[in-house]
Ligand binder design. Structure first.
Ligand code: TPP
Ligand code: MG
Length: 281
């Protein structure tokens, strides 16, 4: 298991990777990526039980499905830093014929990626299929997912959320990036969703909240608690309260950086706030 300092170092390096990737091609989604950095670092480096190497079936290991595919920068960085593919390949983010498309795809065969995502609302349905396949295969490992809060406005989610409880898919832990922001503003302004905890519970899920969604220790504690609640007949949901743009002060608490790249000067400021730890790609 990595030490707290090692996890912190990966987190800061991942933030650097994110802002450098989107700056280089002047496109991509830094806000949600930065907000979910601690979560994905903790999940991949501390919580998930993973085999070495990569295969699409993932039998005998935990699986992760990214449903809010626009936050690909953080996903690619965490996968690369975990050793799924060379970190130098982060240089190819969003380039023609790259394996690192703006939204993840399977066609390019990037190790670590098992579904295409970016068309919002689909990840839960896919993950439930994988979770049920694990049960059929007598595979006791778990399925983890991540979804945006704005993404929950897509109706397909609620069909899947209903199905999960109805079919007692209790080997899935779905985390919601509860940052209160989406592409055009606050979720409450665009399409208020009410009390998400009560909604998931009404649909038959076991729900826990992580209030400090950008605190590694709090996230790990929440994920371990969630894990202890699996196998009890209900799907498990974590409402992860994150800060969009976390770790780069001028990007925090606003949707403004949902899908916008920093200019040269802004990049320098962002990097100065996140000094190199593991070495830039
Ligand atoms: C089906 C679909 N509709 C619209 C979009 C455009 N879109 C991309 S991200 C986004 C906002 C999603 O909000 P949220 O899930 O909260 O992500 P965050 O802004 O917090 O990163 C939208 C509407 C899309 N990718 N897919
Ligand atoms: Mg959001």
């Amino acid at each position: 298991m990595p030490t707290t300092q090692e996890l912190q170092d990966i987190t800061v390096q991942t933030r650097r990777d994110i802002v450098r990737m989107v700056h280089k091609v002047n496109s991509g989604h830094p806000g949600g990526s930065l907000g979910c950095t601690e979560f994905l670092v903790a999940l991949y480096n501390e919580v998930m039980e993973l085999k070495s190497g990569f295969d699409m079936d993932g039998i005998g290991e935990d699986l992760f499905f990214l449903s809010n595919g626009h936050i690909s920068p953080v996903y690619y960085s965490v996968l690369a830093r975990k050793g799924y593919f060379p970190v130098e390949e982060l240089n190819t983010f969003r380039l023609i014929n790259s394996r690192l498309q703006g939204h993840p795809t399977t066609h390019e065969g990037l190790p670590g990626v098992r579904i295409a995502s970016g068309s919002l609302g689909q990840g839960m349905s896919v993950a439930l299929g994988a979770a049920q396949a694990k049960k059929l295969n007598k595979d006791s490992k778990l399925v983890y997912t991540l979804h945006g809060d704005g993404e929950l406005q897509e109706g397909q989610n609620w069909e899947a959320i209903m199905y999960a409880a109805g079919k007692k898919v209790d080997n899935i832990i779905a985390t919601i990036d509860y940052n209160g922001q989406q592409i055009d503003g606050a979720t409450d302004d665009v399409m208020p969703m009410g009390d998400l905890k009560k909604k998931f519970e009404a649909f038959g899920w076991d729900v826990l909240e992580v209030v400090e969604g950008n605190n590694l220790e709090a996230i790990i504690k929440g994920l371990k608690e969630a894990k202890s609640r699996t196998g009890k007949g209900k799907p498990v949901c974590i409402l992860l309260h994150t800060i969009m743009g976390h770790g780069v002060d001028f990007m925090m608490y606003t949707h403004a950086w949902h899908g916008k790249a920093p200019n040269d000067e802004q990049l320098e400021t962002a990097l100065a706030q996140n000094p190199e730890t593991l070495g830039d790609y």
